[in-house]
Design a protein around this ligand. Structure first.
Ligand code: FAD
Ligand code: NAI
Length: 469
């Protein structure tokens, strides 16, 4: 290895970085991973996917009991109350176990954990804490952080971001969420279920940008029925602390008369931005693009040979499973294998109740592309109301939609709102990865009674022949 300390140095131990490090070690390379946090696992395990899902699960059970939904099924609870400390305790426990699990995997695979913040000293030199290391390959996997909103300064008390919103010591009376995206709806759901009134202020004219249009509309309807208040096409122009609470000033996005909203807690959830500050990319000969991200080619190579990048710090959806798959692929490319990620088939899930999931093109995108190519699409839809398992479980909301090429019948996209959509979407992703037609799905035997049968029926509907509607 001549004078290199490592074959691979990964910067950042999130789902992208820790997976890249483990895979590279599995492939026989000498690997180190630098991480600035006290624990491994990145945003996802420490302050993202994992703690949010622990609270989503617990708050859903609370609401089922509290709202009388369980009583309607014959499960009568005579007295119940919220133990928020215990709910936070199980969240912290999930985080501890999973971050500790990565530490165990590092030891098992002989990945050296370099504790501290990393910055480039040259194309193959990185300083971590007070140690300088030289690596033949360097993978930038530094992830992303909360996008700040000018005029609304997060103080982690009354004005919170996604991290401090996980840790509120009491349920707010009125929570105003700025941003009707994934974080706003997931964390808004948690606190609404526990008793908060939740208002979502969204700049655009609809929530959940980037998702299928019909799904966005239906989700809006369902969340409104659940008690969310939406102020769409509205921008926040300022926030002032007002005793224990906050007064927000908002106005129509297109301009117009301002108004104020009083909140006990304001959650800023307007997106995330790539982490490159302090990395001294210039010392490695790298620069960021206009959106602050590190540009890469199809094999995750940056412009500088030997430096690679993956996950939230590069363009593309900011999702843990996308980062993980890129982590495996980059390690395989470094080892001389062919690592591939099919970026056309990355599922996304919003873990509300019901869940919202999609993979591939939206109907709008598919129509646009077909028009450009002189072709057409066919769309099949099946409502969850007509699915027998959804019926037995009293889960009538939502639908499954399959979008296929009108000529080849190849599935181009699948979108769904259904209680277990996060699990159901895996089948759609696999079918698309295998190049399935809607007919392939329609003629695949699905177990009965399952929610997944709605996917089969939506596929049947592409050709106009579902059975149960
Ligand atoms: P990160 O997980 O951000 O990890 C990067 C790591 O690099 C961090 O630990 C950071 O400390 C470290 N680092 C940065 N700079 C340096 C440096 N200079 N030196 C050393 N270390 C450094 N995605 C999903 O797919 N599903 C979900 O359910 C989901 N829920 C989420 C919920 C919330 C509240 C949030 C905020 C995000 C959620 N995400 C979810 C997104 C997901 O967390 C990210 O897409 C994912 O963590 C990205 O992985 P990554 O490895 O690229 O970066
Ligand atoms: P987002 O991009 O999903 O949503 C942000 C929303 O804020 C958008 O609707 C946008 O139009 C709106 N907005 C922007 N500026 C605004 C302003 N000034 N006033 C009002 N509204 C404004 O970002 P979010 O929710 O912060 O999530 C960040 C990332 O984290 C997402 O990209 C997502 O990929 C990831 N994530 C994924 C989860 C999952 O997979 N289940 C869960 C949580 C986060």
């Amino acid at each position: 290895m001549a004078d290199y300390d490592f074959d691979v140095l990964v910067i950042g131990a999130g789902p992208g970085g820790y997976v890249a490090a483990i895979r590279a070690a599995q492939l026989g390379l000498k690997v180190a991973c630098a991480e600035a946090r006290e624990t491994l696992g990145g945003t996802c395990l420490n302050v993202g996917c994992i703690p949010s899902k622990a609270l989503l699960h617990a708050s859903e059970l609370f609401e089922e009991a509290q709202s009388g939904a369980l009583a309607r099924l014959g499960v009568k609870i005579d007295s119940m109350s919220l133990d928020l400390d215990a709910m936070h305790g199980q969240r912290l426990d999930a985080v501890k176990q999973l971050t500790g699990g990565i530490e165990y995997l590092f030891k098992k695979n002989k990945v050296e954990w370099l504790k501290g913040r990393a910055s480039f000293e040259g194309k193959d030199m990185v300083k971590v804490g007070d140690r300088s290391v030289r690596a033949r390959n360097i993978v930038i996997a530094t992830g992303s952080s909360v996008m700040p909103l000018p005029g609304v300064t997060v103080d982690d008390e009354a004005i919170v971001d996604s991290t401090s919103a996980l840790e509120l010591p009491k349920v707010p009376g009125h929570m105003v969420v700025i941003g009707g995206g994934v974080i706003g709806l997931e964390l808004g759901s948690v606190w609404k279920r526990l008793g908060a009134k939740v208002t979502v202020v969204e700049f655009l004219d609809q929530i959940l940008p980037g998702m299928d249009g019909e799904v966005r509309k239906e989700a809006n309807k369902i969340f409104k029925r659940q008690g969310f208040t939406f102020k769409l096409s509205t921008k926040v122009t300022g926030a002032t602390r007002d005793g224990a609470g906050v007064t927000l000033t908002v106005e129509p996005a297109a301009g117009g008369a301002p108004e104020t909203i009083a909140a006990d807690v304001v959650l800023v959830a307007i997106g995330r931005r790539a982490n490159t500050e302090g990395l001294a990319l210039d010392k490695a000969g790298l620069a960021v693009n206009g959106r602050g991200q590190v540009e890469i080619d199809h094999e995750f190579r940056t412009l500088v040979p030997g430096i690679w990048a993956i996950g939230d710090v590069v363009p593309g959806p900011m999702l843990a499973h996308k980062a993980e798959d890129e982590g495996i692929a980059v390690a395989e490319n470094i080892a001389g294998l062919t690592g591939i990620v099919n970026h056309d088939v990355i599922p996304s899930v919003v873990y509300t109740a019901p869940e919202i999931a999609g993979v591939g093109l939206t109907e709008e995108q598919a129509r646009e592309r077909a028009k450009e190519a002189g072709g057409d699409i066919k769309v099949g839809k099946f409502p969850m109301m007509a699915n027998s398992r959804a019926k037995t479980n009293h889960e009538p909301d939502g639908f499954v939609k399959v979008i296929a090429d009108a000529t080849s019948d190849k599935v181009l996209g699948v979108w769904m709102i259904a209680v277990p959509a996060g699990v159901m979407i895996a089948q759609a992703a696999q079918a698309m990865e295998f190049g399935a037609t809607s007919e392939d799905i329609a003629y695949t035997c699905h177990a009965h009674p399952t929610h997944a049968e709605a996917f089969k029926e939506a596929a049947m509907a592409v050709r106009g022949k579902p059975i149960h509607i």
